[in-house]
Design a protein around this ligand. Structure first.
Ligand SMILES: NC(=O)c1ccc[n+]([C@@H]2O[C@H](COP(=O)([O-])OP(=O)(O)OC[C@H]3O[C@@H](n4cnc5c(N)ncnc54)[C@H](OP(=O)(O)O)[C@@H]3O)[C@@H](O)[C@H]2O)c1
Length: 403
């Protein structure tokens, strides 16, 4: 069944489905697995041989824990797991008008993706871009890469990518060009700078910015791209380096709806889920809010661990207690384990979570909404940056409390 490799946890999840299907064979003839499908076919509801259980006609609500549960647990309650997958194999029209395509689930069931025949470009081979490009290539896409530091392209050329000499050249030779660079300044330089993206835009060319930036930046980029006849989508991602390598990112997209759909095989390759959030700027705002919550939570974890230490409490026992309670999560466990082991290798750079807090606070300012928690967390990250922790993982915020 499985024809591709989306990482160890993903493989374990697939094994769990296969095991369940073996056990369940003959018990329920209606639950047939489709031979193949693409997101487009899911959207039109024409998946041959696949009958939705009654409950899947209900929209998937935010926070539905089932799919996550499925990924993490291989043996418990297989019936629930199967239900969770089928629930996610659909486009969800939310009351807010946003739409989500639960893309990687189709991979879990089919083990294959039908890659678009469009030529794909990718600019920015950092922690995130590297994993994304590897997965695009693995899933059969034709990819041309460019990176400011050219040597980072070598590995991908060996994997089968083509080399673009400038961003403009990549855009002019590809149908859809993605970019994932550090911050608003980098995103603008890449488009507006010499031999930049804009030089390659012609009518019909597509540009997808996956960097985490503010709404004003993406709106400005969208305007210049569209003014040259191009099509624009913003698509920042929630995740980290490991999830990027595993093709398990969560993609938040907004802008050109048709382009979002044209990107479906790419989003399936790089992510487990994608959401379409409407007009340009919405994905940037939502991404900053998500990262504001994550960054504040990380700082609170560091504060708790250090308070435990100075009051003579075991940090390991604190983690054990948290892991048994309702706050238990992979994020909490991994970050605490890494801190206790003194491992601050970047999975998500501290400098970027501080950038996201700063931009989220500015977003709050723009609508006169208070963000005191984010502001307090931001101060701690600024202190960590002053202690030379920028290029460590965000969990190095811990060091701001012990110096
Ligand atoms: N890491 C995560 O866990 C994570 C998760 C979600 C979202 N994000 C967001 O994703 C984006 C990329 O993150 P990352 O972790 O991949 O960062 P990274 O490893 O630091 O990579 C940054 C990339 O941007 C390029 N770049 C920087 N300034 C540039 C400029 N002026 N012109 C052209 N290229 C430029 C870098 O090129 P060089 O190689 O030449 O330096 C590199 O390719 C950021 O917006 C970040 O906030 C990151």
């Amino acid at each position: 069944m499985i024809k591709i490799n989306k990482g160890k946890r993903f493989q374990q999840a697939v094994d769990a489905v296969e095991e369940f299907l073996k056990k369940g064979k003959g018990k329920d003839q209606d639950l047939t697995i489709p031979e193949s499908s693409t997101v487009k076919r899911m959207m039109t509801g024409t998946v041959a041989g696949f009958k939705w259980p009654q409950s899947v006609s209900e929209p998937v609500k935010d926070g539905d824990p089932h799919f996550h549960h499925f990924l993490l647990s291989q043996t418990e309650k297989p019936a629930v797991c199967y239900q969770a997958i089928t629930k996610k194999l659909k486009v969800c029209e939310e009351e807010t008008g946003s739409t989500s395509i639960q893309a990687a689930d189709s991979t879990a069931i089919n083990g294959s993706i039908t890659p678009t025949d469009k030529k794909i470009g990718f600019l920015g081979l950092g922690l995130m871009g590297s994993g994304i490009v590897s997965n695009l290539i693995k899933m059969g896409h034709t990819v041309t890469v460019w990176n400011r530091t050219a040597e980072k392209c070598d590995l991908f050329i060996q994997e089968g990518a083509r080399l673009g000499r400038t961003p403009a050249e990549v855009v002019s030779t590809c149908d859809i060009t993605f970019a994932c660079v550090s911050d608003p300044k980098a995103a603008k330089d890449l488009v507006l700078g010499p031999s930049g993206v804009l030089q390659g835009i012609r009518p019909g060319k597509c540009y997808v910015d996956m960097s985490t930036v503010d709404a004003d930046t993406v709106t400005e980029l969208a305007q210049v791209i569209v003014s040259r006849g191009g099509r624009f989508l913003e698509a920042p991602v929630s995740g980290n380096q490991q999830l990027s390598n595993d093709g398990m990112l969560v993609i938040l997209a907004a802008g050109d709806r048709g382009l979002y759909e044209d990107c479906s095989s790419c989003f399936q390759a790089m992510g487990k889920t994608s959401f379409f959030l409407g007009e340009v700027g919405n994905a940037a705002k939502m991404m900053l809010i998500v990262n504001m919550v994550q960054g504040s939570f990380m700082a609170t974890i560091a504060e708790g661990l250090t308070l435990a230490q100075v009051t003579g409490q075991s940090q390991q026992t604190l983690l054990d207690i948290l892991n048994q309670g309702q706050l238990a999560s992979i994020f909490l466990d991994q970050k605490c384990q890494n801190i206790l082991q003194g491992n601050f290798k970047p999975d998500f750079y501290l400098k970027y979570i501080q950038k996201d807090l700063r931009l989220a606070i500015a977003l709050g300012d723009s609508v006169n909404h208070p963000t005191p928690m984010a502001a307090a967390a931001n101060e701690v990250y600024k202190r960590a940056k002053a202690l030379d922790q920028s290029d460590n993982d965000m969990s190095a915020v811990y060091r701001a409390y012990i110096h």
